[in-house]
Design a protein around this ligand. Structure first.
Ligand code: GRF
Length: 197
């Protein structure tokens, strides 16, 4: 199974999955990294790991149809079976969602269906969890469809929310668990334990 990563930031989730592939824990191969941000940690990690990588964005392709075509071309060239959104800050275009329907995974740093949807990303999520007075938060790995954070949840992991948590301390606790549940869910897909349609 060939994995394509879409990432915009540090790429620590992507790294946890690459490491699990390298150790043989996940029976899959990281094949390509696509980023809208040419200078992010995820691109640096792709270079270090010697994985093909592309900067594809409205900067490189101002015409949305051309951007779609370039993405689909890169995905095809690398025989992509599964697309992993690992901290990708853009909405995946309908053309890509349609082509890879049921084969795109995202991680969301909360217990979906709570605290998802438009505008719910990064620190906003943890701020909302604390404001709601939740005693528990966590991370959810889910399938991606054309709506934000609405696809089927395939894996979830919880963390406690502590009395003195700030959004930043909660984010750090959740991120540690993201690095567990994301590789674990992909492992279960690669082994056939979770069957994708
Ligand atoms: C994670 O918190 C993830 O939940 C969110 O973006 C962050 C990505 O971190 N979607 P990294 O780039 O994997 O380090």
């Amino acid at each position: 199974m060939n994995l394509a990563f879409f990432a915009s930031g540090g790429g620590s989730n992507m790294q946890s999955i690459i490491d699990a592939c390298k150790s043989g824990d996940i029976d899959a191969a990281p094949s390509v990294v696509i980023s809208n941000n040419s200078k992010c940690g995820a691109i640096e990690r792709a270079e270090t790991e010697d994985i093909a990588h592309y900067h594809l964005s409205t900067k490189t392709h101002p015409d949305p149809a051309e951007l779609d075509a370039a993405m689909l071309d890169a995905l095809k060239q690398h025989d992509t079976d599964l697309i992993i959104l690992a901290g990708y800050m853009k909405k995946v275009s309908p053309a890509v969602v349609h082509k890879y329907s049921g084969r795109i995974l995202n991680i969301h740093p909360a217990l979906l269906p709570k605290h998802g949807g438009e505008g719910m990303y990064g620190i906003n999520v943890h701020t909302a969890v604390i404001a709601a007075g939740d005693k528990e938060s966590g991370a959810s790995v889910h399938l991606v469809d054309e709506e934000y954070d609405r696809g089927e949840v395939l894996g979830q992991i919880t963390v406690p929310v502590l009395e003195d948590d700030t959004p930043e301390t909660l984010a750090a606790r959740v991120l540690e668990k993201e690095h567990v549940i994301f590789p674990d869910t992909i492992k279960r897909i690669a082994s056939g334990e979770i069957k994708l349609a």
